[in-house]
Design a protein around this ligand. Structure first.
Ligand SMILES: [Zn+2]
Length: 282
């Protein structure tokens, strides 16, 4: 098995080329190919031959029709994730993936409406419904490999919040920030960063306002929050670069921005690791 650790700055174009090499070499190789970001919040893509099975830390990893699979490394993952592959011929291959550890910053945000930091009983019921609906949308397994092609930024602009930071809202410690925030005026177009299917589209969630989720196959999905307008609906197939919504400040937001999140099944990963560095001058 090959495992190539790459830095945060490596371009996703190289990643794409490596993924392609893995694809071409896949079935002929005696070993599993595995490429990506072996770091907390990172994602890696592997490929096995037909008939093989894969586990990560004891959990079965679903395989796309072409034998590719995707792994997500959690905010607190590692330092080691154990991969096991049972090949079609019965041979078992084991690998310890070293996951680079990150330090996360603390971000203090003040001036949020009290209701959005300490919700009422009634709001809590609504929040629970929102969470259940999002969870159900993310649970659908679509057998596709859209996750394997390089992603593009859904919108470009100043980054005002990063993955993993510990958040203190109006002086109260709250859950870490699990996506990247890009500040742009209300009405700025947001595009699909990769091909996929819209599995969730709602204009009015309590915390995240106008919210979209796009599935990129095998439960690798990306999320778009605080949108002022949704341009697609649940069930739509989208292509990379296609407009999907408009930036806004709906839900819990102090100003207009896109909150962009990404998941690999239950694991929230860092979307910034999916794309090249933000273009300069934005
Ligand atoms: Zn955010």
């Amino acid at each position: 098995m090959r495992a190539v650790s790459k830095g945060k700055t490596i371009s996703s174009r190289i990643f794409g080329v490596l993924a392609l090499l893995g694809l071409l070499a896949g079935p002929a190789l005696a070993e599993v190919s595995l490429e990506g970001h072996f770091i907390q919040g990172g994602m890696a893509i592997g490929r096995v031959e037909p008939g093989a099975r894969v586990w990560a830390d004891g959990q079965r990893v679903p395989l796309a029709p072409d034998g590719r699979f995707v792994l997500g490394f959690a905010r607190k993952a590692g330092p080691v994730v154990r991969l096991k592959v049972r090949h079609a011929d019965g041979r078992v291959e084991r690998r310890s993936l070293k996951i680079a550890q990150r330090k996360y910053r603390v971000q203090r945000i003040n001036g949020l409406p009290k209701r959005k930091v300490t919700p009422s009983k009634q709001d809590l019921a609504r929040i629970r419904r929102d969470i259940a609906e999002v969870k159900a949308a993310r649970a659908i397994e679509r057998k596709a490999e859209d996750f394997a092609k390089p992603f593009i930024w859904p919108v470009t602009g100043p980054i005002s919040g990063v993955y993993g930071s510990q958040r203190i809202l109006n002086g109260k410690p709250r859950r870490p920030h699990m996506g990247v925030d890009i500040a742009r005026p209300t009405g700025t177009r947001v595009v699909a960063p990769a091909d996929g299917v819209v599995v969730f589209a709602r204009p009015d969630l309590f915390f995240t306002g106008g919210t979209l989720i796009i599935d990129h196959g095998m439960r690798m999905n990306t999320t778009y929050c605080h949108l002022s307008k949704l341009l697609v609906k649940q069930g739509d197939h989208v292509r990379q670069g296609q407009p999907i919504g408009l930036v806004g400040a709906t839900g819990r937001a102090t100003g207009p921005h896109l909150h962009w999140g990404a998941n690999v099944r239950e694991v929230r990963i860092d979307p910034q690791l999916l794309v090249p560095p933000m273009p300069k001058g934005r």
